[in-house]
Every structure is written in C-alpha cells, then in structure tokens.
Design a protein around this ligand. Structure first.
Ligand SMILES: Nc1nc2c(ncn2[C@@H]2O[C@H](COP(=O)(O)OP(=O)(O)OP(=O)(O)O)[C@@H](O)[C@H]2O)c(=O)[nH]1
Length: 304
C-alpha cells in the first residue's frame, strides 16, 4: 500500500490564491497575462486600466496558482474609488499569498500604500521588482533591492521583466512552494474564471484606450447590455459610458469614425477569443455622474 501511495502524483501538490498588488501602471496586468500564457487582463500605456478583480489560473506539475489582479492602489476617483477599494480588500481577504509589484529603482507613496495593505493582510509576501530591462546599469539595482528588503518581511524579492517568459517562470517557481498544500481547484486547461460577458467588456475597454491615446477620457466604462449566442454567432450589445459631452464627441470621432474603429477592432479580438462570428453593437452615453449611479455600477459588475 505504502508503495502505491508514494507514487500518487498529487503528493505535495500546492494550490491557493495570490493577490497581485501595486500602484497603477507598474505592470501587473502584463505579468498576469504572461504568467497564465494568455491575454486575460487588459494592458495599456496609461494607468488605471484594471478596474475589476481578475482571476488568472496557472497550473503546473507542482501546484496551481490562482491570481487575483487588483486595481492599482491610488487615491482620487470619487465614489468609484470605494468600489475599487472594496475589490482590493476582497482580493486580500481571500489570498493565501501577497505579491507586491514595484518598478525597478522607483519607490513612491503609492508603493508604500500597497505594501501597507499587504502587510495588514498578514499573509506571506513576495516582492516583484518589474521592468529591470529598462535599467542600463545593473549596479544601481542592488542598493534598491537592499532598501526594499528593509521595508518589509518578504519571503523572496524577485527582479524581473514581466515581458520575459523565463523571468515569469522563475517567479512561479518561487511562489508555488509558498502556497498551502491543496489539490487543484480548477481544470488544468482553464486560465480564467471570467465569463465571456466580462471578457467582452474588457476587450472593448482596451480598444477605447488604444484608439483614444492621449485624448483618453479616464472616466469611461463599458456595460454589456445583452450577450446572446444565436446559431454560431455571438450577438453583443454594449454601452460606453462617459461623463462629459466633450468626451462623447471624442469617442465618436468625425461622423462616428472612431467608434467604428473601436467596434471593428473589438469585434476582431472577440472573434479570435470565441472562435465564432461576432456581431457587436456599440453605443455611447454621456452621464455626468455615472460612477455614483448605483444602477450603472451594478450593470458594470460593481455590486453593493
Ligand atoms: N519595459 C517594460 N515595460 C513593461 C514591463 N511590464 C509592463 N510594462 C509596460 O508598462 C505599462 C503598464 O503595464 P500594465 O500591465 O498595464 O500595468 P498595470 O499595473 O496592470 O496597470 P493598471 O491596469 O493601471 O493597474 C504597459 O505599457 C506595459 O507594456 C516590463 O517588464 N518592461
């Protein structure tokens, strides 16, 4: 019997939740996408693109990591901020492990705030020092790492580039042994627990960010009004909410040209994701106080 038992592959298997925390734009979404090997979180060169908590799943022979992405910890953002903070708090409550993501050679008030949040959770912490590829002289990194080690108690401090596969693998190697012993919670081919409705809103939002560039109205949000699957076609209707009339005009573009580009790019991405034909109807609505309208917030998935 003993012989059979020692051969059981699940022996020593680990599984648990790891919350990723860091200030906006530090590279959390890039890291998450590379960790799970698929695009599940939107990335953009401007801060604050992650509004929801995202679960990314990485299954390895030695364990299963369930990642909780959080909106970047930072101040401002009116009443929506309460919802963002609630999402962050929720992630920390269910986490077995905290991952603080910082940017090499930088330490800001928001980084300190993210660390405080993690420390309050009382879970083992790992620090990821991202974007090391940007540092020309590596000698500058060592004192930074030393200073970081003195800021908190970290099980590991890992300098890396979220864009390099080998680096991301090294991070997973360090995280799995810190998880509690447990069987895998999800099938091994699953990379997220988010449904297509959620993914559709994320993809549309990403295209808004990409098409608007510097003109980006920060205050936009995407609500999926209906999502139907009809005979091999996905039929999606979505509303883009913005706060000011000027923002609506920017999103629409001349004669609606920009909205058409946003729509067609999002449709292509959705077709790739679903491997089915996609019909996408997009509308833009301006509502001064959308982030304080509880009906809209519920449609957006921020439950009270
Ligand atoms: N050079 C370099 N750039 C990176 C690296 N990781 C991320 N970036 C870039 O940094 C920017 C922000 O990355 P995101 O992954 O969107 O950041 P985030 O922390 O999820 O941001 P929020 O969604 O605002 O919370 C993007 O332009 C990324 O391409 C890296 O290792 N090296």
């Amino acid at each position: 019997m003993d012989e059979i038992k020692s051969g059981v592959p699940d022996e020593g298997y680990r599984s648990g939740y790891a919350a990723l925390l860091g200030r906006p734009n530090v590279g959390k979404s890039t890291l998450l996408n590379h960790l799970v090997g698929q695009k599940i979180s939107i990335t953009a060169p401007r801060p604050q693109t992650t509004r929801d908590q995202i679960l990314g799943i990485l299954t390895r022979p030695d364990g299963q990591l369930l990642f909780l992405d959080t909106p970047g910890v930072h101040g401002g953002y009116r009443s929506l901020n309460r919802h963002l903070l609630r999402a962050t708090r929720g992630a920390l409550e269910s986490a077995d492990l905290g991952v603080l993501v910082v940017e090499a050679l930088l330490w800001t008030h928001d980084d300190a705030e993210a660390l405080r949040w993690l420390q309050r959770a009382g879970i083992p912490l790992v620090a990821v020092v991202n974007k090391v590829d940007r540092i020309a002289s590596k000698g500058r990194l060592f004192p930074y790492l030393q200073a970081l080690a003195e800021r908190g108690e970290f099980a590991a401090i890992i300098p890396l580039s979220a864009r390099r596969a080998a680096d991301v693998e090294r991070l997973a190697d360090a995280l799995v042994p810190l998880l509690p012993p447990a069987p895998a919670a999800f099938p091994e081919d699953q990379v997220t627990d988010r449904n297509l409705r959620f993914m559709a809103a994320e993809i549309i939002r990403e295209q808004i960010f990409r098409q608007l560039g510097a003109e980006l109205p920060y205050d936009t949000a995407v609500a999926i009004e209906s999502y139907q699957v009809e005979g091999g076609q996905q039929r999606i209707e979505a509303t883009i909410y913005c706060r000011k009339p000027g923002q609506k005009a920017i999103i629409l573009g001349d004669g609606g040209s920009r909205l058409r580009v946003i729509g067609s790019r999002a449709r292509e991405a959705l077709q790739q994701l679903t491997e089915e034909r996609v019909w996408l109807g997009l509308w833009v609505k301006q509502k001064e106080q959308w982030s304080e309208d509880h009906h809209i917030l519920r449609e957006l998935g921020y439950d009270d």
